[in-house]
Design a protein around this ligand. Structure first.
Ligand code: NI
Length: 192
């Protein structure tokens, strides 16, 4: 295992459509994922897509932990809002319903910045894991956001390309100086 170098905005691997994984159970894929997890943890990220470590394959890892939950959610709502550390290979995304939600995002490939991005609030995704087993989940909240952010990486899209209002693309260091403390809390979401 190793901590991998992360490609930054401008590197062509982040701008191309990634290739499907032919064999999700291939041993070299397990090694890649182990290194990706180590890299994500080291960088304090909540998600990482293979193209971000210079591997143009349709594979991403992510998690949506309980700590991020809005305490006002019911038990049933919590289910869609959380996900364990997940390896998702050859994913597909389906938008469920017209609701759009704005949220601050960061990206390990766009270091030092945050942007307010509007995305569909309720989605379903499918894919397979490293054992070749099917994964199918519905997602809301941060869970829906992190999955859409990672799947965009597989299509060569970075979050600033999803922004309607670029005045909400800011440096974290400026936010720390100028934003109200309660607004800063929303920026604290880990990067993906
Ligand atoms: Ni990212």
């Amino acid at each position: 295992m190793a901590i991998l170098k992360i490609a930054r905005m401008g590197h062509p691997v982040l701008a191309r459509k990634a290739d499907p994984v032919a064999d999700p159970t291939a041993p070299e894929l397990l090694l890649l994922v182990q290194s990706m997890i180590e890299t994500m943890v080291d960088a304090n990220g909540a998600g990482l897509a293979a193209p971000q470590v210079h591997v143009p394959l349709r594979l991403a890892i992510f998690q949506a932990p309980e700590e991020r939950l809005d305490p006002g959610l019911s038990q049933a709502e919590r289910y869609d809002h959380t996900a364990p550390l997940t390896v998702l290979i050859n994913p597909e995304l389906e938008v469920l319903g017209p609701d759009i939600e704005g949220g601050w995002e960061g990206c390990l490939s766009v270091p030092g910045m945050r942007g307010l991005v509007e995305r569909p609030a309720h989605i379903r995704y499918r894919g397979v894991n490293l054992q070749g087993e099917k994964i199918e989940r519905t997602a809301r909240g941060f869970h829906a956001r992190v999955v859409q952010h990672e799947l965009d990486h597989l299509d060569g899209i970075l979050y600033p390309q999803r922004m309607g209002d670029l005045s909400k693309l800011i440096f974290e260091s400026e936010a720390r100086h100028w934003m109200a403390p309660e607004a800063q809390e929303e920026l604290e979401e880990a990067q993906t």
